[in-house]
Ligand binder design. Structure first.
Ligand code: FES
Length: 140
């Protein structure tokens, strides 16, 4: 059985920010091709600061723990800072995960990046609530 560091086990046993944000400004949904699991990340912003972050997953313990860590760390940050801290978190977590669990962490990271991307589009006015408006892209 793989050995996990204490901080990952703690987040697996007591995951934070599980659930969804109904009026999220950004939602990222990705699937893990190697196991078929699904991850969804939700973020809510005020201005460009992330005021709430939640996740839902059908993933394994590593996916749960890493999503819990990511959602904890990005709260209160701007979306740009969140991307930066996500990269730092990546290095920290990936160095301590068993090799076969790396795609589980990547799942959380990818979902977060998609959520941030959607949020940025909304902030830039090229993504309306309820659907993507490609006509606004042509104006830029
Ligand atoms: Fe599927 Fe980890 S085994 S997300």
């Amino acid at each position: 059985m793989a050995k996990y560091p204490k901080f990952l086990m703690e987040h697996f046993q007591n995951p934070r920010n599980v659930g969804e944000i109904p009026d999220a400004d950004g939602v990222g949904t990705v699937g893990n091709a190697s196991c078929g699991d699904i991850m969804q990340m939700f973020i809510k912003v005020n201005g460009d600061k992330i005021v709430e972050a939640k996740f839902k997953t059908f993933g394994c313990g590593a996916a749960i723990a890493t999503s819990s860590i990511l959602t904890e760390r990005i709260k209160g940050m701007t979306v740009d800072e969140a991307l930066k801290i996500s990269d730092e978190t990546s290095r920290e977590v990936l160095s301590q995960l068993p090799k076969e669990k790396v795609p589980c962490f990547t799942l959380a990271m990818d979902a977060l990046k998609l959520a941030i991307e959607e949020c940025r589009c909304k902030l830039a006015g090229i993504h309306d609530k309820g659907g993507f408006d490609s006509t606004k892209l042509e104006k830029d």
